[in-house]
Every structure is written in structure tokens, then in C-alpha cells.
Design a protein around this ligand. Structure first.
Ligand code: ADP
Length: 535
């Protein structure tokens, strides 16, 4: 029938728009490398390549007890981290809510609240901070009479853009993620925090400022023994890697540069492609970008991260609901969540793909629970474990196996429940179409993520684009964190498949992708340790 030909054409066209060939991926990675090099040379490049003044990575033998404060995620967290020196640690943590009033009020009020939270934590939870004198009542660190004791060292994980000038110094560039506290931008975040500690007479010293990617890198190095790249695939995406100081040209003749050696660089790769057009952008991406609070910024992040994937899928589904000459989904009917900006959470996409995967190929999430030794479940490098994301199952659902039909029934249930659709409007074919669309969006995200990883491998001379390069290293460790890489079915396997295409199997098999467990807490502690050694 002509109308089904027309439907087919619409779906094929979408599939085509999301397809990335090996050549595309190679071109994108090449541009990544060029941007790395520009960002290392000059300040104010979108690929910020921020020097972090972290000059070494741990090997797991480090010991000590430190406080860590983490601001930038959904909650404020205060932790006490005890590094045992055998790749293991003990972490006690408490979460505190940050109200919207605090997020948007005076910065001093926000930082006073951070100090109060640390105070409350020390009083109620902390138990093993060294030099902690026993005290019968309340927090011993609050007493000014203890000023001869060294202050308790604290590392601050601050996941907002900062221009770092020393391990314990950095100017806030902008707020993101709903924060807008007044009189903070342009100020040193460490000083803001320390002043608040001092106002409260807390015997705590903020000795290190850490980005969450750097935290992931350090914590993975500690638990796994080595690590070259820490990366986040969660609400947003970013990565930090170990670079030769010599290559960080924008440090000029500063003492840090003259010292040589290595330094961790926070790439801020979420901003890749802000000023270029190397990513094959679909109408669904353009719509997302136009309607976002930061049009044309964080361009790469918008193709990849948890905050956006569900929204891209929502845009596709709406276009299919509205398709002409006849609707291609849900009898042409939408729903409250589907009509709401960001109304389709990436977690729902993940559920849909999961329902399709159950009992099929083994999906291999990065999951520390699976291999407790080092948190790695990602050594699979057999030929693709990635399912048939390209095949268009939905053309004749009647001929599906009973198992596949059962999977589609599960997806139907998820769609009705999560998207508040009328069950009468969700056919098996609709379920199959949604599953297919979700896999297109997620597969592209994983492929593009592999470009970022490949770029770091090439930049650090561990790989060559096109393969045929063998490093003597036995393994190349990458630490990851974030809901997307931890929970999205096959994200990791898809990323690896595409990494193999880019750098060849010899190098790809050596790459060990492992979870950076409690990266922000443990990373901040490790950074505080480094600071106390340097100081
Ligand atoms: P953050 O990056 O802020 O530390 P997370 O790593 O938990 O937080 O990431 C949160 C993001 O991950 C949200 O955008 C959410 O939509 C998405 N998300 C949450 N659960 C899942 C899941 N099971 N699968 C895929 N994405 C998820």
C-alpha cells in the first residue's frame, strides 16, 4: 500500500539521519584532537582543557583520613573517607538538601550552609578523622582551643565551571544546573568556603578543589592501581586525563610548567562542537538545542548525556505522532508527559531497551557488583554483543517469535505507565517503533562517547586512528561514573564496539573500563592528600 511505503520511507530516513559510519567517527575524533590541541594552547577555547594542578595519580597505597564535600549533583554530600592503603577505603557520608532559596540567594548564605552541614556531619557522623580528640559533647573541631592541632583537611568537589589557578584556588566562572547564588561569580570558591568555616570557628581547612571527572580519575587509580582517564556519563558528560605538562602550552613559563612531569587536564569535552558542525545534527537535535536554556552551548553533551537523550527521543516520537499522510504512532494521540518539555526521562528509554534485552544477548553494564575485585565488567571484547539495533522489527509484528512478542508487550506496559498513554493507543508495532527509536538515539550517543575516549588514547600516544598500533602497556584503565554508563543497557558494549573501529582491536582489548566508585568523595580525599603533601 502506498501509505505503508510512505511510513517506511519516514522511518528509514530517521534511521539514516542517526547513522554514523566509521569515516564519520574518524572525522569527529580528528576534530576532537585538534580542539584538544587548541585548548591546551590558548585560554577561552570552548574545549577548555583546564589545568587542574593535580600532578600525579595514586597507585592505591595511599593512606589517611580526609573530609570531602561535594556540591554540584542533586544533593550536597559530606563524606569522611578513610584510605586504607590497599586499594580499599571506608566511606561515611551524609546527604543534605540545598533549597532553591539557598541556590539563588546570597553566596555567603549558601557557603554558610555548606559549613553548617560539615559541622553537623562532624558532630553526628564522623568518627575517624585523625587527630580527632575525644569529646564528650558536640563537635571537637569547633573548639578554637584546638588551634594547635592541624586543621582537618577537606577536599571540595565542585562540579561547576571554574578557572583553576592552584590545587586550592579557582574562580567560579558561571553557575549551571539551577544554581544562581549572588556575589559568587569571579570569586575564589575555596576562599568562599574557608571564610564560612572560619566564621563558624570550624577547625577544618579546604586544601583542594576538584572537578568530578578528576575525582573519578583519582578514585579509579586508587582502587584499580592505575588510570589515564576519568569520565562522567550522567546528567552531563565530561572527561579528565593525564597530560604531559610540556604539552599544556598555555601555562607558559609558569613554575608549574617548568617543573615538568604530568598534570591532570579537565577537558570540559561537553562543549565540543559548540562552534563547528562536525556532528551530524538531526532536526530532533536542533529542536532540543533551540528550546534549551543554553542554545549552541554544550553541543556534544546534548548528543550524549542523560539530561538530553530522553528529550531527543521525545522529539522523534512527537514527529511520528504528527506524521503525514497518517500518524505513525499511538493513533496520532499524544499525552501529558509526551507534551512536556523534558517529559520523557532517559531512565524510561533505558527501561524500554532493557525490556527488549531481557533473555536475549547478555547486556554488560559497568557494574562493580559483578566483579567485586576492581569494579570492572567490561573486558568483553568478543565480536559485537550489541543487538540488532538497525533491523526494523516493526514492519510485521505478526511474524515475531512468541518471546519477542512478550518483550513488546512489556514495552507496551512501560509506555502506558510512564508516558500516561491510553492502552488502546499503544499497539505492539508502536512498542517496536519506540524501542527502535530509543536504540538509534542511545547507539549514536555511545558511538560519539567512543570518539572522546579514542581522542584521549591518541592524544596520550596509546593509540593511532585506524589501528595498527601496539602500546607495551598491558592495560589501559579508564574510570567512569554516571547513571548512563552504569545503567543504560549496552551503552558500554556499544561504546567499545565503536572504539574498536576507531583504534583497532589490539588497543581496544587493553582498555579496561571500570566504575569509579564514590569518585567525588574518594577523589576529593586523594586530592586533599596530594595537597597536604605539596603544602
Ligand atoms: P549526576 O550526573 O548528576 O551525578 P547521575 O549519574 O545519576 O547524576 O545521572 C542522572 C541522569 O541519568 C539523569 O539525566 C537521568 O535521566 C539519567 N538516568 C537515571 N537513571 C537512568 C537509567 N537507569 N538509565 C539511563 N539513564 C538514567
Amino acid at each position: 500500500a502506498p501509505s505503508s511505503d510512505a511510513s517506511r520511507r519516514i522511518l528509514d530516513e530517521i534511521e539514516e539521519q542517526f547513522r554514523l559510519t566509521k569515516e564519520d567517527l574518524t572525522r569527529i575524533t580528528t576534530q576532537f584532537l585538534e580542539d584538544f590541541s587548541l585548548g591546551l594552547r590558548e585560554y577561552n577555547h570552548p574545549m577548555a582543557m583546564i589545568p587542574t594542578f593535580v600532578t600525579g595519580v595514586p597507585n592505591g597505597s595511599e593512606t589517611g583520613t580526609f573530609l570531602a564535600l561535594d556540591l554540584g549533583g542533586t544533593n550536597l554530600r559530606v563524606c569522611e573517607v578513610e584510605l586504607l592503603g590497599n586499594h580499599e577505603f571506608v566511606l561515611r557520608q551524609q546527604k543534605y538538601k540545598v533549597s532553591d532559596a539557598l541556590k539563588t540567594g546570597e553566596a555567603t548564605a549558601l557557603f554558610d550552609y555548606l559549613a553548617d552541614s560539615v559541622d553537623a556531619f562532624l558532630t553526628e557522623y564522623a568518627s575517624a578523622v585523625p587527630s580527632s580528640p575525644s569529646s564528650e559533647r558536640g563537635n571537637p573541631f569547633a573548639s578554637p582551643s584546638l588551634s594547635e592541632e592541624p586543621a582537618v583537611p577537606l577536599g571540595l568537589t565542585f562540579s561547576f565551571p571554574v578557572e583553576q589557578t592552584a590545587l586550592n584556588e579557582g574562580k567560579i566562572l558561571t553557575w549551571t544546573k539551577g544554581f544562581a547564588a549572588k556575589n559568587a561569580i569571579g570569586n575564589d570558591v575555596v576562599k568562599l568556603l574557608q571564610d564560612a568555616f572560619d566564621r563558624k570557628h570550624l577547625h577544618v581547612k579546604c586544601v583542594a578543589l576538584v572537578n568530578d571527572t578528576v575525582g573519578a580519575l583519582l578514585s579509579r587509580a586508587y582502587t584499580g592501581g592505575s588510570c589515564i582517564l576519568g569520565s562522567i556519563f550522567g546528567t552531563g558528560t565530561n572527561g579528565a586525563y593525564v597530560e604531559r605538562v610540556e604539552n599544556i602550552k598555555k601555562l607558559g613559563n609558569s613554575p608549574a610548567r617548568q617543573k615538568g612531569g604530568y598534570m591532570v587536564v579537565n577537558t570540559e569535552w561537553g562543549a565540543f562542537n559548540n562552534t563547528r558542525t562536525v556532528l551530524p545534527t538531526t532536526p530532533y537535535d536542533n529542536k532540543l538545542d533551540r528550546q534549551s536554556i543554553n542554545p549552541r552551548l554544550q553541543a556534544f553533551e546534548k548528543f550524549i548525556s542523560g539530561m538530553y537523550l530522553g528529550e531527543i527521543l521525545r522529539n522523534i516520537l512527537l514527529s511520528l505522532i504528527d506524521a503525514a499522510p497518517k500518524p505513525l504512532l499511538f493513533n496520532g494521540r499524544s499525552s501529558g508527559p509526551l507534551n512536556t518539555h523534558y517529559g520523557l526521562d532517559t531512565a524510561v528509554m533505558s527501561e524500554v531497551e532493557d525490556a527488549w534485552e531481557i533473555g536475549r544477548v547478555s547486556s554488560v553494564p559497568v557494574d562493580s557488583a559483578k566483579s567485586k575485585a576492581n569494579g570492572v565488567a567490561a573486558t568483553e571484547s568478543q565480536p559485537s554483543s550489541v543487538p540488532d539495533w538497525q533491523s526494523t522489527h516493526f514492519t510485521d509484528v505478526d511474524r515475531l517469535s512468541p518471546d519477542d512478542k512478550a518483550r513488546l508487550v512489556r514495552i507496551q506496559g512501560i509506555l502506558v505507565q510512564r508516558l500516561a498513554l491510553d492502552p488502546a493507543d499503544v499497539s505492539l508495532r508502536d512498542a517496536a517503533i519506540v524501542r527502535w527509536a530509543a536504540s538509534l538515539v542511545a547507539h549514536r550517543a555511545a558511538q560519539l562517547s567512543s570518539c572522546a575516549v579514542a581522542a584521549v588514547l591518541v592524544q596520550t600516544e596509546r593509540a593511532k586512528l585506524g589501528g595498527g598500533f601496539a602500546t607495551d602497556e598491558e592495560k589501559i584503565c579508564v574510570g567512569v561514573d554516571g547513571s548512563l554508563i552504569q545503567h543504560y543497557p549496552n551503552f558500554n558494549a556499544r561504546l567499545r564496539d565503536s572504539l574498536r573501529e576507531l583504534v583497532g582491536a589490539e588497543v581496544e582489548t587493553k582498555v579496561e573500563i571500570g566504575l569509579a566508585k564514590d569518585g567525588s568523595g574518594v577523589g576529593a580525599a586523594l586530592c586533599a592528600l596530594q595537597a597536604t603533601k605539596q603544602g
